[in-house]
Design a binder for this molecule. Structure first.
Ligand SMILES: NC(=O)c1ccc[n+]([C@@H]2O[C@H](COP(=O)([O-])OP(=O)(O)OC[C@H]3O[C@@H](n4cnc5c(N)ncnc54)[C@H](O)[C@@H]3O)[C@@H](O)[C@H]2O)c1
Length: 251
């Protein structure tokens, strides 16, 4: 793939990216750093996170987002190390395949804890810092097209992502008066490690046919939209749940 044209659009911006060790969060961390941002990666994958942080001139902070206290402490440490935060990207997430009839309370709680509650914790830390600094900020939360259309066999994932959309709208409503925007991204099928263990070539061919563009998405497709949301071009855009689905979902 041709490397993106960079323009220094995020020069002087300090960014926290959860789930930035790999996948969509990893691509966002790399793309934002290439645009001039200082990037802190929060993840539980130490080797991949450390490697990516070193490659992009950022920092890595190990955390298990299942743990609320550790999440708050690690986010605080990352923000303090950068001297503040301008952009928060919540990309960490998990998908556990199970039918509703077999969905356990533990799976429900852990999925909501990582996919949704952890976002609340990182937002609380970062928004307090943004308000104290007094020059606004931007929040980008990874939801999913599953928030809008569900997903048979995807357990607690679709409801946790619908909650992300609602939580992000609340953030837009409550913090807009501080110049803080909050939007969620709703990707379709993106070729990452998520779901890779069970994904077959036949699945890829079938899912590709759902898009008018005839292909699945890449992490770079999502990172490009995240970059727009983090840039001044999106200053008047808040409370939205933006599809990045190659046209699979249009509402
Ligand atoms: N890949 C897709 O098709 C797709 C589609 C729609 C939405 N999304 C969403 O995009 C986001 C990124 O997904 P991805 O495809 O890059 O997945 P991925 O599995 O490649 O990356 C997820 C990252 O989150 C981190 N993470 C997970 N649980 C964690 C925990 N408890 N503590 C700390 N870090 C944790 C992982 O270590 C990993 O680095 C997720 O929120 C996902 O739900 C993905």
């Amino acid at each position: 793939m041709t490397p993106p044209v960079t323009s220094g659009r995020l020069a002087d911006k300090r960014v926290v990216v959860t789930g930035g060790a790999r996948g969509i969060g990893g691509e966002i961390a790399s793309r934002f750093a290439a645009e001039g941002a200082a990037v802190s990666i929060l993840d539980r994958l130490v080797d991949l996170g450390t490697e990516r942080a070193a490659a992009i001139g950022g920092t890595f902070h190990e955390v298990d987002l299942l743990d609320p206290a550790a999440t708050a402490a690690t986010t605080t440490a990352a923000v303090e190390a950068m001297g503040g935060v301008d952009v928060l990207v919540n990309s960490a997430g998990i998908l556990r395949f199970t039918s509703l009839l077999d969905l356990t309370v533990q799976d429900w709680n852990e999925t909501f804890s990582i996919n949704t509650r952890a976002m609340l914790t990182t937002m609380q830390v970062c928004v307090r810092a943004m308000i104290a600094a007094g020059h606004g900020g931007k929040i980008i939360n990874l939801a999913s097209m599953a928030a809008k259309k569900g997903g048979a066999g995807e357990g607690a994932y679709p409801p946790s992502k619908a909650a992300v959309v609602a939580l992000t709208r609340m953030a837009a409503l409550e913090w807009g008066c501080h110049g803080i925007t909050a939007n969620s991204l709703c990707p379709g099928y993106i070729l990452t490690e998520m779901g890779a263990a069970t994904r077959t070539q036949a699945d890829i061919d079938t899912w590709s046919s759902y898009s008018p563009l005839g292909r699945l998405g890449e992490s770079s497709d999502v990172a490009a939209v995240a970059l727009f949301l983090a840039s001044p071009d999106a200053d008047y855009l808040t409370g939205q749940a933006i599809n990045v689905t190659g046209g699979m979902v249009m509402h």
